[in-house]
Design a protein around this ligand. Structure first.
Ligand code: FAD
Ligand code: PHE
Length: 533
């Protein structure tokens, strides 16, 4: 495997593939800009939410803050500032809070920028997390779930029983992850063991190192010993055609592995590095009942009266002592004045909002390109993937344009279930977003049949597809922050009384974690300023 294949589905590779550059960490630069990093070598101080006593003890007036955008970042800002009694108003253009954190259930209606209206017809309990769907254990998102009382459950991110299918490599049938892994690990171990034993690595390994490496490879790849030439011949790790049973029934093994050249030519190994990414893992988490339980809980904690839905921000003016924000609501132009403003709109959309914050701010906002991503939810009248194919959650990986097929990590053994029939990015996402919803469904099903057979079509009840690049008020899935540029650093600082927040101002783009930590950084900076004034 070459370097680019190895990184094909790693986080960095994934993000690069869709236009997001990872970039080296400049965490301390961020903190420095906020006045939080006394020395370059110090670690980030733990976040401390402002408290009521900060105001009570100092007799200060509680500042008024208008928050633009009611996604995770905007809601987190209002939630944290609200703990100290700040008077916050959130202006959100869409008809519900959450932004990209969007869960689609039966009855939900969405009209996209091309005028396609879809009414989701999923049955009770079924849903599609159109945006975020998984959370790593270390992410601050988990802390917010705990604090807000949002129950979480396991999200199966990697499943040995899910499929891999690479059509362009000439595969005519899918192969189970377990089988593909056994073969790739087996042959790689055989090759490395042979090379090691023949002395190819003698300038690198001592005699003891060699012994230890050989014994590791024997267990890692399930290969034979020296007498068999370290050969990989396949074991029960590949799986069974029929599993072992009672008495003398040892089951029947899948059989011998394909030749080494065929295994490498199938290119199945490119998917194995995915779960090694620090932000991914076999085991991840999801809120019970849909990812939007997070914004729902935030909105409840903030107080619904503080969130104006259907409020499209049309202008921001810093008057020196105050900020004026104009917005369209219920067909009328309105205005709100506040001491401070926190803008959490996607940067490429904020760049279009008229303001008096300076041309450099507009230019900086415009330097974040938006990328495309889409998903389709397919509801089936039976859970055939569990019944017939014994797949309980997890992801099938494919080089088809659907990219990833996700099986639900909830509702096991229920009557129906919603599969994510595609989750794609970049050119594949744009190809699907250019289609009508009916065409997307047809194409996704046609692809899925190649892997799962006719039930993928015959058991289908209903579908809903979401194209983020065609979604009003978002027009993209995530961005590629120009980390380290003057423009990026400019937006980490307030423009007068206006602050900016969102995952795009973090090193965890495409993760709610990035939105939360960015919100926290702004809350800290704003509160310090209020306390110092
Ligand atoms: P946004 O959600 O973009 O919020 C911006 C808000 O501004 C929106 O509500 C928008 O409606 C509003 N707005 C725009 N224009 C105006 C206007 N003129 N006036 C008023 N309001 C306006 N994260 C994870 O943690 N796990 C995942 O598995 C994951 N997967 C993802 C998969 C996909 C397909 C996508 C798209 C995202 C995924 N993410 C994931 C990332 C996560 O969704 C984001 O990091 C997070 O939701 C962004 O929140 P935000 O508040 O920063 O921005
Ligand atoms: N956070 C998103 C997801 O998990 C996008 C992403 C994919 C980010 C893969 C990094 C790696 O689906």
């Amino acid at each position: 495997m070459n370097q680019s294949e190895q990184s094909a589905v790693s986080r960095r590779g994934f993000l690069r593939a869709v236009g997001v550059s990872g970039g080296a960490g400049a965490m301390l630069a961020t903190m420095g800009a906020l006045g939080l990093a006394p020395t370059a070598a110090s670690a980030a101080p733990p976040f401390q939410a402002p408290t009521h006593s900060d105001f009570n003890l100092t007799g200060r007036r509680r500042a008024r803050v208008v928050v633009l955008g009611g996604g995770v970042a905007g809601l987190a800002v209002a939630y944290e500032l609200g703990k100290a009694g700040y008077d916050c108003t959130v202006l959100e253009a869409r008809s519900r809070a959450g932004g990209r954190n969007l869960t689609i259930r039966g009855g939900d209606v969405e009209t996209d920028l091309d005028g396609h209206t879809q009414r989701a017809r999923f049955s009770d309990g079924g849903y599609l997390n159109a945006g975020p769907a998984r959370i790593a254990q270390w992410m601050v998102t988990m802390d917010y779930c705990r604090e807000l009382g949002v129950p979480v459950e396991v999200f199966t991110n990697a499943n040995a029983d899910a499929w891999i299918y690479n059509e362009s490599a000439g595969m005519t049938a899918p192969v189970r992850y377990r089988t593909a892994k056994a073969d790739v690990y087996g042959y790689v171990s055989e090759l490395l063991a042979k090379a090691t034993d023949q002395g190819a690595l003698d300038d690198r390994l001592s005699a003891d190192d060699k012994q230890r490496l050989l014994s590791f490879l024997q267990s890692y790849g399930a290969i034979g010993g020296r007498t068999s030439g370290w050969a990989y011949t396949g074991t029960s790790r590949r799986g069974f055609a029929s599993y072992p049973g009672a008495g003398n029934d040892g089951g029947s093994l899948l059989g011998a592995p394909p030749p080494l050249a065929d295994v490498f030519a199938s290119n199945v190994g490119r998917y194995f590095s995915f779960e090694l990414g620090y932000d991914q893992a076999m085991l991840m988490f999801q809120p019970v009942g849909g990812m939007d339980q997070i914004p729902r809980a935030l909105a409840r904690a903030i107080g619904k009266h503080r969130i104006t839905l259907g409020a499209e921000v049309t202008g921001v003016t810093d008057r020196g002592g105050q900020v004026e924000v104009t917005y369209r609501h219920g067909g009328r132009e309105r205005m709100v004045r506040a001491d401070y403003c926190v803008a959490t709109l996607p940067p490429h959309l904020m760049a279009r909002v008229p303001h008096n914050l300076g041309a450099d701010v507009t230019a900086a906002l415009g330097s974040f390109p938006a990328t495309a991503s889409g998903k389709i939810g397919l509801e089936y009248r039976s859970r055939w993937w569990e019944l017939d194919q014994r797949i309980y959650g997890g992801i099938t990986e494919t080089d088809l344009d659907v990219s990833h097929i996700w099986y639900p990590s909830y509702g096991f053994h229920g009557r129906r279930g919603v599969i994510v029939g595609y989750y794609n990015t970049g050119a594949n996402a744009r190809a699907y977003s250019a289609l009508t919803p009916a065409q997307r469904q047809e194409r996704a099903v046609m692809q899925g049949v190649k892997i799962h057979g006719e039930k993928y079509r015959s058991e289908l009840v209903t579908a809903y597809s979401h194209a983020w690049d065609r979604t009003r008020y978002l027009e993209g899935a995530w961005t590629s922050p120009p980390h380290g540029s003057a423009g990026y650093d400019l937006l980490l600082r307030p423009a007068g009384r206006v602050y900016f927040a969102g995952d795009w101002l973090s090193h965890e783009v495409a993760w709610q974690h990035g939105s939360f930590v960015s919100a926290r950084a702004v809350v800290t900076a704003l509160h310090q300023r209020v306390m110092a004034s």
